[in-house]
Write a protein that binds this ligand. Structure first.
Ligand SMILES: Cc1cc2nc3c(=O)[nH]c(=O)nc-3n(C[C@H](O)[C@H](O)[C@H](O)COP(=O)(O)O)c2cc1C
Length: 180
């Protein structure tokens, strides 16, 4: 798969096979995350990899029952909690860049997982304090997202995206890029 195939075919995966994930693949995925760009190259991200069933279950209560990905967290053999040390990033124009830093790394992780035949699903709908407590994550770290990781047991259709003309402009603000 080239990079455009990886980007184009990735989906949020919410059903997983009962097959373990090879440690070497997990390391490869974390390494891809580690290579992301970041504010002053401060690399504020931290990744907590969970395979122990008890630990994975301990944080489930932090997720509302109607979160569509909740079941996947119990089903997938691995869960990765993506955190950020806010002190290792900056604020400019009121934008807290720890979110951007960590989001880029998280997406590297998701794309690398897909390239290796694994599924992931960025999940951000949870009670952050409950995750910290359940997993012993120190207060100064923000929990930016959580993903299950494993071999997909579904092939979801692509979800719709806005047309390029709605989101990309050429020369003048509001002049659709594809209309020039
Ligand atoms: C910041 C963020 C938070 C998300 N939170 C959740 C979540 O809590 N639960 C869930 O099932 N999916 C969650 N998603 C996945 C989105 O629903 C999904 O990316 C979107 O519907 C597009 O589908 P696709 O990823 O298959 O292209 C989240 C995605 C992002 C980027």
């Amino acid at each position: 798969m080239d990079i455009f195939q990886v980007i184009g075919n990735r989906r949020s995966i919410r059903k997983y096979k009962d097959i373990p994930v090879e440690r070497q693949k997990i390391e490869q995925i974390l390494d891809a995350a580690r290579l992301a760009p970041s504010w002053k190259n401060q690399q504020c991200w931290r990744f907590l990899v969970l395979s122990d069933e008890g630990k994975r279950r301990a944080m489930l209560d932090a997720f509302p029952d109607d979160n569509p990905g909740k079941k996947a967290l119990a089903q997938a053999p691995v869960v990765i909690v993506v955190c950020a040390d806010q002190e290792e990033s900056g604020i400019e124009n009121g934008i807290e860049y720890y979110v951007a830093d960590t989001a880029i790394a998280f997406q590297h992780l998701c794309l690398a997982a897909h390239a290796l035949g694994l599924g992931s699903c960025w999940m951000g709908w949870y009670e952050e304090g409950a995750i910290r407590t359940a997993l012993g994550i120190p207060d100064r770290f923000r929990v930016v997202g959580v993903t299950p990781l494993g071999y997909p047991d579904q092939e979801p259709k692509a979800r719709p995206r806005k047309e390029l003309s709605e989101i990309a402009f050429f020369e003048d603000w509001g002049k659709p890029y594809d209309n020039c």
